[in-house]
Design a protein. Structure first.
Length: 277
């Protein structure tokens, strides 16, 4: 029996809007913890764009992204969700959670009362979750920046492939990419990324940013002082942290961010989510 059919028979399937609201609950828990512990974070990517353009989720979006300076990120992943019976827990490769199935260079906070199925061959065993990306220092030399960001993006793509089932009929991934990724294994690609990003400590670098997941990686390079001050922005009737210079950040990341893309280019993650109880 198809796993999706099985879950539909025994569990409640969440609508798109319900998925957004459960994600919002995760964000509230993360924000409360960060405020309590003095951990810096900012909404990022489509989440920050949604806060500015829509005062909440981009209507077709189904995820939440946050950025944290590396020192704050390390504190967060070591402390969050450790209480017995916590509904939310932090997943990261460093802790070996889910064995080899957690194949990301960033962390996730999941709702353990949900089950999330993702399309395109992914074999996740997670609840509905939000993504938290660490920000590290970046080199000053422009040529090195371009070369390094391309390399990091290449490695992150190979790491991502390791989280999918090896399927020759999955034409979203070139055959050589699949062979190279799975032959080396997730630990190999994760270690290469982790070793490289730590060469430039966040606290002592003039430039900083996250690892790009696209081949336009230099757009992720910002002056660190641009990432150091935070304000509250409205999101779904609540307020969460954002870079004080959010307008500059969004322009560098998206260009004309206030103009929505054509309907055919509006992307979501194709999530199917079930409530466990």
């Amino acid at each position: 029996m198809n796993i999706g059919v099985y879950f539909e028979r025994i569990m409640q399937k969440l609508s798109h809007r319900e998925i957004q609201l459960y994600l919002l609950d995760i964000l509230k828990a993360v924000d409360s913890f960060c405020v309590k512990e003095g951990i810096r974070y900012s909404m990022a990517y489509g989440t920050l764009l949604g806060a500015v353009r829509h005062k909440g989720f981009i209507p077709w979006d189904d995820d939440i992204d946050l950025l944290m300076p590396r020192p704050d990120y390390e504190r967060f992943v070591s402390m969050f969700g450790k209480e017995p019976g916590s509904r939310y827990r932090c997943l990261c490769h460093k802790e070996g959670v889910k064995g080899d199935r957690f194949v990301h260079f960033f962390a996730k906070v999941e709702d353990v009362k949900t089950k999330s199925l993702q399309g395109r061959g992914y074999d996740y065993d997670f609840g509905l979750n939000i993504d938290i990306f660490p920000m590290d220092g970046k080199p000053e030399d422009p040529d090195l920046q371009r070369k390094r960001e391309r390399q990091l993006t290449h490695w992150s793509h190979r790491l991502n492939i390791c989280g999918t089932r090896f399927d020759l009929l999955n034409f979203h991934q070139p055959l050589f990419s699949k062979l190279e990724a799975h032959a080396r294994g997730a630990e190999y690609w994760w270690k290469k990324i982790d070793t490289e990003v730590r060469k430039y400590p966040y606290e002592t670098s003039r430039l900083a940013g996250a690892v790009s997941v696209t081949y336009n990686g230099t757009r992720e390079i910002f002056e660190r002082n641009m990432l150091e001050e935070y304000v509250d922005l409205e999101f779904e009737g609540c307020t969460f942290k954002a870079f004080k210079r959010w307008n500059e950040w969004l322009i560098q990341e998206f260009g004309d961010y206030m103009t929505p893309p054509p309907e055919g280019r509006r992307k979501c993650h194709d999530l199917t989510v079930y409530l466990l109880d």
